[in-house]
Design a protein around this ligand. Structure first.
Ligand code: TRP
Length: 448
């Protein structure tokens, strides 16, 4: 059995080494496991919430797409697409918005943090807060539920959003599922073993600290960043403390255990920091060099990138289009054609339970029968000289015209305009007759 894994990457900024070690590399490894059915996508609608600079949005989408492919993501094996290429996602967002409790969204951390900041600064609570930010978790729920993903690898700050997706899914199932669950309830997957890399200054590597190491920049840029890693002031020949050195932590995030141990021993033996940085640069350059080349090729050919992503979207929509159709049906957004006249809800049920069958008798006259749902004869009409007359009567009966049923022993007759137009067979007893009478009433009663 395969497990559907899904995660989105918000397309703001350029991925750095910390993103690579913390998210990209583990996701690609997970996608190669047998039984993994991975959906990875560029959350570019989410990016619009944080950024109103079209050029940055555009560039970031390309860079992130190229980064994932260069890092080894196989678009044949996984479903890799842009959120904004799946029109079913914003449609589903609206269906979910209509069942999501406002109180639930009031509690979202990101929204609450913005409100708190406003209050601290003496502003109105909602100053500068868009509906995009407020509804962010509903869009994310649609991303997840659209594909009925089970496992959602995310950072800790996103756990609450996955829980909200569960809540919203459960509510939709309850309201519209009719005993069948449309949505699988998703679970956040937190990779404990995945490292958060330290940045140049030892704090968590993050763009907001301006302490990042570029991922697929030039070798020169990589070298320059490594040179800026902060170390203590011990001189060459002095013993270093690997446990206290984030340079060592960075090294071990990319080295195999043998390399790590050798590097540790050298540091303890007094390896100079300049030498140590050269070792780290060589290690990173070795790990990233190949990807860097692929990255440059992909960035140079945006048309190819576009085709890969459009193929991914087509693959994703094979699931999304029919599923959204089911969901639209479930909430009542149905074609008028398939449904028949709007007022005939009750009658439609009845018509399903019993049906008229017309036929030509041996003597050439026209008659019809009313059969119960399981094919038992309830009524047989009198003979009509022509098919039109027989049809007109059965049509009037179907419309619920003047239902006049009269018992005659263990049988009954049906009267229209003072004339008996059909009779039932003789039933075995009064009970069977009454059951049949009830079935006829059900079948022919006028719409409520
Ligand atoms: N909100 C996520 C983040 O900022 C990105 C994201 C959007 C996402 N939709 C998703 C993650 C669906 C997982 C599943 O990291």
């Amino acid at each position: 059995m395969s497990t559907r894994i899904l995660t989105g990457i918000t397309t703001t900024g350029t991925p750095h080494l910390g993103n690579y070690a913390g998210a990209i590399r583990p996701a690609i490894v997970a996608s190669r496991e047998s039984g993994a059915d991975s959906f990875y996508f560029l959350a570019d609608y989410h990016a619009l919430i944080k950024c109103d600079d079209p050029v940055r949005i555009m560039r970031s989408r390309q860079e992130i797409a190229a980064t994932w492919l260069a890092a080894g993501l196989d678009p044949e094996r996984v479903t890799f697409y842009r959120q904004s290429d799946i029109p079913e996602i914003p449609e589903l967002t609206w269906l979910l918005t209509c069942v999501a409790a406002k109180g639930l969204l009031n509690r979202a951390h990101a929204y609450k943090a913005s409100v708190d900041k406003n209050l601290e600064q003496g502003e109105e609570p909602d100053a500068g807060i868009t509906m995009g930010l407020y509804s962010y978790p509903v869009l994310m729920a649609a991303d997840i539920l659209m594909f009925n993903a089970k496992k959602i690898p995310v950072g800790r700050d996103q756990i609450q959003h996955v829980e909200m997706a569960r809540d919203i899914a459960a509510r939709f199932n309850h309201l519209f599922g009719n005993g069948k669950d449309f949505f699988v309830l998703p679970e956040a997957l937190i990779e404990e073993s995945v490292s958060t890399l330290p940045g140049l200054d030892g704090r968590k590597m993050s763009k907001s600290y301006d302490n990042t190491i570029p991922l697929y920049g030039t070798a020169k840029a990589l070298k320059e960043a490594v040179a800026r890693i902060v170390t203590d002031s011990r001189l060459p020949g002095e013993a270093k403390d690997p446990g206290a050195s984030h340079l060592f932590t960075l090294y071990s995030a990319f080295a195999n255990p043998g390399q790590t141990e050798a590097f540790r021993a050298e540091l303890v033996d007094g390896l100079g920091w300049g030498e140590a940085k050269q070792r780290l640069f060589e290690l990173l350059d070795g790990e990233l060099g190949e990807g860097r080349e692929r990255y440059q090729q992909l960035i140079a050919r945006p048309d190819e990138l576009e085709d890969i992503l459009l193929a991914g979207a087509a693959k994703a929509r094979k699931t999304a289009t029919p599923f959204l159709d089911q969901l639209r049906q479930a909430v009542g957004l149905r074609s008028f054609k398939a449904q028949g006249p709007a007022a005939s809800g009750e009658k439609k049920k009845a018509a399903k339970a019993a049906r008229f069958v017309s036929f030509r008798d041996d003597d050439g006259s026209f008659r019809f029968r009313l059969l119960s749902a399981d094919g038992e004869q309830l009524l047989l009409s009198r003979s009509f000289a022509d098919g039109k007359a027989a049809g007109a009567v059965s049509k009037r009966l179907q419309q619920g015209d003047a239902l006049d049923l009269r018992g005659e022993g263990n049988a009954f007759g049906l009267w229209l305009d003072g004339e008996e137009v059909a009779t039932s067979p003789a039933f075995a007893d009064a009970q069977a007759r009454d059951n049949a009478l009830e079935a006829v009433r059900q079948a022919l009663q006028p719409a409520a």
